[in-house]
Ligand binder design. Structure first.
Ligand code: SF4
Length: 403
């Protein structure tokens, strides 16, 4: 937050609108977003775009495959990449039967979401993909990518994430901007919306506008897992409106001139799950300003109404589900208690100091973890002040010894 401006990330507007408690965990308490399978698809495609546009892969699908291979190695199981590929090929064959009209509704006509049908389930089973899928999801669970109570569905959640990211990459090959014309990826911008609020955001791709050297085209990528998108929904997306008003980040000496622009001529909204794209020259800035003003008010006054109020099902896909529903549930959090908000701010400051002090020093992280577990056990039987005093005495002794 700057001294003059309240700076809000466009993503935070969306997070707050989805669930103010999600925003609170992330931006006030400072928790690192827990990994989820659904986050793997955008991460794979964005990293794949990096590989592709940097010239490390001949096409996007190859690049996305390389990203998954890297991840499997990072998870300590390079062989799982082969299982994922086998699952994706088998799944694609079955889905192609639906797409080609060989499998239809009992009265004729195509299924909108074949994956939800009994036909899909039985064909997956017959092809041996149910068993392979279970093994893949067991792997996902042991690597904390998948919740223990993930609802039963045909196939594999992890395998589907792999297959859908690959299929989306293949589909996009038809109209993805060529490597030569993309000026930059993940380009930061800001929008001054008045009333002391400045939005900051990131466009996925930056392209030149033909015949208008002062203008650019920005691409906004969306990964919402729905089979289709409508222009009306895309046009109201806060990221699209913000991108249409985007100003370049303050130019640093080192900023290449192609990251500066005077106006945004068009915003392209790319919906990866369906492969649809929509282009906007005009957007409704009033919609963005009104929403930003009310969300900023909520953030300033720490208005935190958890989505959990409406029940567990609405939280199922949320990365912070463990924090809200395990052990002491969300309803035990004194969310309207300003004392709690103050302690959350203090906690965030401690976490930032720890991150700054320990980052890139794995040995120090390991030792600190050991020390913390000793302190944690001792806290159960000792007053915090006594424990701190005793710990300080030990550190002073050790310090004296060093000198
Ligand atoms: S689990 Fe539910 S209440 Fe908690 S942050 Fe997520 S959506 Fe909000």
């Amino acid at each position: 937050m700057g001294s003059r401006w309240m700076e809000i990330r466009v993503e935070d507007l969306r997070t707050y609108a989805r669930c103010p408690l999600e925003w609170f965990w992330e931006r006030r308490v400072g928790l690192t977003r827990p990994p989820t399978i659904s986050a793997l698809v955008p991460a794979a495609i964005r990293a794949g775009l990096g590989f592709f546009y940097d010239g490390h892969a001949q096409d996007l699908a190859t690049a996305v495959g390389l990203v998954w291979l890297d991840w499997c190695e990072g998870w300590g199981e390079p062989a799982i990449a082969g299982d994922l590929a086998q699952y994706a090929v088998g799944r694609a064959k079955i889905l192609n039967l639906f797409a080609a009209g060989h499998v239809q509704r009992p009265g004729g006509g195509r299924y909108t979401v074949p994956e939800m049908t009994g036909e899909y389930r039985s064909r997956m089973h017959a092809a041996g993909l149910t068993k392979l899928g279970r093994q893949l999801d067991e792997f996902g669970r042991t690597h904390e990518l998948l919740a223990v109570d993930e609802p039963d569905q045909p196939g594999s959640v992890l395998g589907d994430a792999f297959a859908t990211s690959l299929a989306a990459a293949e589909r996009a090959a038809l109209d993805l901007p060529a490597r030569e014309i993309v000026l930059a990826r993940q380009v930061g911008f800001h929008v001054d919306v008045g009333s002391g609020v400045r939005l900051v955001g990131e466009a996925d791709l930056l392209l030149p506008e033909a015949d208008a050297p002062e203008a650019v085209v920005l691409e906004v990528h969306d990964f919402e897992a729905v089979p289709w998108m409508r222009a009306g929904i895309a046009g109201r997306d806060l990221r699209v409106i913000a991108a249409s008003l985007a100003r370049p980040m303050k130019a640093a000496e080192s900023t290449p001139s192609n990251l500066n622009w005077e106006r945004v001529a068009r915003v392209v909204f790319r919906h990866w799950p369906s492969g649809q794209t929509f282009t906007f020259r005009e957007t409704s800035s009033g919609h963005l300003l009104a929403l930003t003003a009310s969300i900023a008010r909520g953030m300033r006054h720490h208005v935190v109404v958890p989505r959990a109020v409406t029940g567990y099902e609405h939280c199922r896909a949320c990365a912070y589900r463990e924090h809200c529903w395990n052990g002491a549930n969300w309803d035990t959090l004194p969310l309207v208690d300003t004392g709690m908000l103050g302690s959350a701010e203090a906690l965030r400051a401690v976490m930032e100091q720890l991150r700054d002090g320990l980052s890139h020093d794995n040995a120090a992280v390991r030792r600190t973890r050991q020390v913390l577990s000793v302190l944690e056990n001792a806290l159960a039987e000792t007053e915090p002040a006594d424990l701190l005093a005793a710990s300080r005495r030990v550190l002073e002794e050790l310090g004296d010894h060093d000198h």
